[in-house]
Structures are given as C-alpha cells and as structure tokens.
Design a protein around this ligand. Structure first.
Ligand code: PLP
Length: 342
C-alpha cells in the first residue's frame, strides 16, 4: 500500500465499481466491473423527477494494513430509510452491505494510509425510461457503488471555517430533510453559492425559524465548557453518523451531551467563549473559526480549532484508523480480494 498521495477529494475513482438492477420486483446479482460511464435512457425517472438517494462512508487502513469500514451497518440502514423517503425499492441490508464490501475487497490496494481513506459512495436511482411518471414511483432502479481514494481533507493545514448564520434560511423541508438525496443539495445550492460570493463564507448554517439546524452537508455542534449542544433529531435534517459518533464518544471524554433546540440568539450570546464545529464523513470534525451574523463577523474562541474540538476529533480518528481499540464496535473488517478480480 505505498501509493502517491491521492488527488483532490472525490476526483479520482477506484478501478472498479459494483452495480445491481431492480426490475419486476427483484434485484439482479451485483456485478463488479471496471468503473465506466453509465448508459441511461434520456427518459430515466431520476433525471426528471429526482428519485435518487446516496450514502457516504469511509474505509480506513490500520497501521497493520487491515482495511475496515466505519459504521457500515448504520450507513446501510440510513440508505434504506432514504430510499423509502424517495419511493425507491428497498435493496435490503444483505445486498447493499455485500456490494460495498465486495468493492472494498477488490480495492484493498487502493485504500490510502492515514490521513487518507477510501470514500465509498453507494447511489440508487429510479430507472424507469418514461417521463409520464411524475407522480408515480419508479418501478425499476439502478444501484451502484463507486469509491474514491481520498487524501487529507485538510491538506495544507486546518483552516477554520467561516460560516454564515443563515437566519430564516431553509435547506430542505420537514419529512424530506432527513433523506440523503440529491434534491436536498439542489435546494440548498443557490444559498450556498450566494453566501460564498457575498460573504466569502465556506458554508451556510441553516437556521429556519431562528433555530440552528445544520449546514448543507454537515451537522452542527456547539461546545461550551464541558457541554456539547446540538439539535435533537427530527425529519427536517440529516441524522449524521459523525454527529452520532461524537455524541456517543463524548461521555467517555468527560462531556455532557444536550440535544435540544439552540436559537441563533443564544449561540451568538455565547461568542466568543465557546467552540463550534461541523461534523461529516468527509472532514470528520471541522472547526468553525467565525460566523457571519447580520453583516458582522463574530469570532469563535480565538478563531482557531479549540482544545475540546481537537480532543473529540482525535478520539474519533484514533478509532477509525485503529490507533485505539474499537470499543463501540464501529468497524467492519474486509479481507482483500485483490488478485481474484478479473
Ligand atoms: C451526509 C450529510 C451529513 C453528514 O453525515 P455523516 O453521516 O456524518 O457523513 C450532514 N448533513 C447532510 C445534509 C448530509 O447529506
């Protein structure tokens, strides 16, 4: 496993992907095949009506060369919930877990060492080749898993994020916001782009009704003293695995966890004496250095990653990379199948 450092996040793919199709009520046998463009009928349901969902998880290489997937079963369960929300067929856990582990097994030699990882992206889309189904579920589907070797998300150092406090801005809706689906990204994109142009903000923190919710692709936590505050789960935003992992690790590190509504006013009243961060698989835990709030810039702490955020981040990545024991049973080992792949 000695390869040059991987290119920018999500731009390079492994040599292989895995695909399966759903038709007439049954799933086909998954196929491991070279990564190549998909052939889609121009009438494909997902292209017109957004019937898609996806997942994002990582496989990590331990110092001794083992390759392990982080929270595989939980990611698979979440993809099945997303599929249900967008009316796509249930792949079942065995098929989906099997496809993901098959790809990881075939890609063993393409898993970067720490601080890199293999980013895994299962995607499902409604495949009916007809555009009359605007208000009907697609009866057929395409499921595929692709993978990207990724390097250090913070190559060149951890630059704390500048985040726009999006008072009254909506990323999605109740009921749909908890689906990991492209439609939610599309609906938030215009606001993200505008925040970047107008305020040089890296991210928008959506705060519908004045209550802090989440960023476009990451959850939010605030840390004040020994307390971690984050919004309780509901159907308006994504149940992030990194968020969950941080909350599950926190008590053993001496933190109290409070899941509750946090208003923008309350968060602003804490500044600068707290820490704030975004959590998500790609970056793990990214510190927020400042907020843009009503045309002003408000610093968080001293503007750099605070000690609590750093401690949570190390605790999590130590488990992922196998530097500390996996006491919470989060990792699924995958044996190499390199050499058996045609
Ligand atoms: C994927 C995603 C997250 C982060 O979830 P993780 O499981 O931690 O990667 C947060 N918000 C949205 C909208 C997402 O799509």
């Amino acid at each position: 496993m000695s390869q040059p450092s991987p290119p920018a996040f999500g731009t390079a793919f492994t040599t292989h992907m895995v695909t399966a199709r759903y038709r007439d009520g049954v799933w086909s046998e998954p196929r491991l095949q070279p990564t190549a463009p998909l052939e889609l009928h121009p009438g494909t349901h997902a292209l017109h009506y957004g019937s898609t969902c996806f997942e994002g998880m990582k496989a990590f290489a331990s110092p001794s060369g083992e390759v392990r997937i982080f929270r595989l079963q939980d990611h698979v369960a979440r993809m099945r919930r997303s599929a249900e929300i967008v009316c796509l067929p249930d792949p079942g856990s065995d098929l989906l877990e099997g496809m993901i582990t098959t790809l990881v097994a075939a890609s063993h030699e393409q898993v970067p060492q720490s601080p890199g990882a293999l980013y895994l992206r299962p995607v499902m889309l409604g495949a009916d080749p007809e555009i009359g189904g605007a208000t009907a579920a697609s009866k057929s589907a395409l499921l595929f898993v692709v993978a990207c070797p990724v390097g250090d998300y913070f190559r060149g150092g951890q630059r704390p994020l500048r985040v726009l406090l999006g008072e009254g801005l909506e990323r999605s809706t109740r009921g749909f916001g908890s689906a990991k689906s492209g439609g939610n990204y599309a609906s938030a994109l215009r606001l993200q782009v505008a925040a970047k142009e107008k305020y040089a903000a890296d991210q928008v923190l959506f705060c519908p009704d004045g209550i802090v919710q989440e960023a476009g692709a990451a959850n939010f936590i605030a840390i004040r003293g020994d307390e971690i505050v984050t919004r309780g789960l509901d159907s308006s935003f994504l149940d992030g695995m990194t968020r969950r992992s941080v909350l599950e690790l926190a008590p053993s590190l001496g933190f109290r966890v409070t899941e509750r509504d946090l208003t923008v006013d309350e968060l602003v009243s804490w500044l600068p004496d707290c820490e704030a961060a975004l959590t998500g698989t790609a970056a793990t835990i990214a510190a927020i250095g400042s907020f843009v709030y009503r045309e002003r810039e408000l610093q968080v702490g001293d503007g750099r990653m605070g000690p609590h955020t750093a401690r949570l981040r190390s605790a999590l990545t130590d488990i992922q990379y196998g530097r500390k024991p996996d006491t919470l049973g989060w990792l699924t080992g995958v044996e190499s199948a390199v050499g058996t792949v045609g």
